[in-house]
Design a binder for this molecule. Sequence first.
Ligand code: HEM
Length: 428
Amino acid sequence: MSSNDSSVLAAAAQCPMHELNPMLPALLRQPWGMNRRLRDEAPIFQDPNSGIFFVSRYDDVVKMAMDPTTFSSKMLQSTRAMSGSSDPELLEIMAGGYPQVATMLTQDPPLQRRYRKFVDGAFSPASLKALEPFIESTAHALIDGFIDQGQCEFLSDFGVPLPLRVIVSQLGAPMEDLHLFRKWTEAFIGNLSQQLDRDGILAAARDMVEFQHYFVERMAERRAAPQDDILSKIVNASIDGEQSLGIDESLSMISQILVAGNETTSASITEGIWLLIENPEEYERIKRDPSPEMISNFVEEVLRISSPSSNMFRRAVKEVEWHGVTIPKDAILFARFASANQDERRFPDPLRFDLTRTNLKEQVAFGKGVHHCLGAALSRREMNIGFRVIFERLENFRLAPGAEPPSFAANALLHGLSGLDVSFDRVA
Ligand code: HEM
């Protein structure tokens, strides 16, 4: 941790509540102490800088997620590059692309349910079962790529490519285009991070327009010759005789599947390895019993602790009085899923990584209610299969010689390590 980060964290632990700035990079990287203060002292807290209301306790986050008529998700992709900027260069770039429309994540019922119906089939138990051999062979191929070196940068060598290859295969694109997907995901995430300068915003906008044109071509191919993948289902879906999705709607759904599905799963898989390194007793427990049940418990506890989708937007549809705070109509709120997952009222000793918790399944890393993650079952499968293959082939994970303890990236919506240099042994 840098000395600058330490002093920001120390100040945040003591300052009067109204002086707290929760969007400081040091606090986005290491939010745990601040989250506890917010849950205890200000369960509904208005960030004085952004004006956003932070909802931090488990019961309150669940209540908000279960009440979409009071707390709406409807907004355009909350992106500065896509929103009403008057920067002429940005507007020119955006004019070369397709307009943003609100679909699943950024839409309310009943429209939100309608959009989900178009893709539900692609995430059905039967479709996911059919994907299992691909997930397993991909995990093996990635390990083959670094096992002889005895060390790797786990995020880019395994955490990122496993879900990326799965989603690229499902979005009907060739593996040669993998690097493009990585670039586009980074553009969307960078944009969401609210940390980009003007050059970064313009570059992200260019990448997003490139993404749109790429998929307009892929969609035309899938319309002409459907395959057994998500893209064909999106392009050719029609429900109750209703017309299929428009190009703008399809692009919005594809971008959500790409962004929501990649960084999140990558972050959890990578933090899973770091949690093993930090918690040797729990690592031993899995070594003694690498059964599917134990690996499933491990995955749930990794999801709870990592909670990569840490904050999600809502908009108050009407004025709400909550814990003595007046939230005005149209105010923006954060449903703080990561903080909910650390709430000691629900998970005793919440920062402890503990595979024997009796309520592991109550974790809300995938959200709750109508917006509950579309890809939760896919992601769980990727993690369960990915970790099983890892435990079969690699052991004794530790920080690589000379590597510093890893640090988290500063992002207002997503939480994950920026890298993880590890050494390991080959299972004999
Ligand atoms: C560890 C991995 C993942 C985590 C932690 C995660 C987290 C979440 C959360 C918290 C929500 C609810 C958002 C809200 O209430 O506003 C959500 C929704 C969503 N997720 Fe995931 N997700 C993950 C993986 C995936 C994958 C693999 C996909 C797709 C392939 C995906 C696609 C989506 C979509 C499309 C939505 C919006 C659903 C709707 O609003 O109806 N996610 N996710």
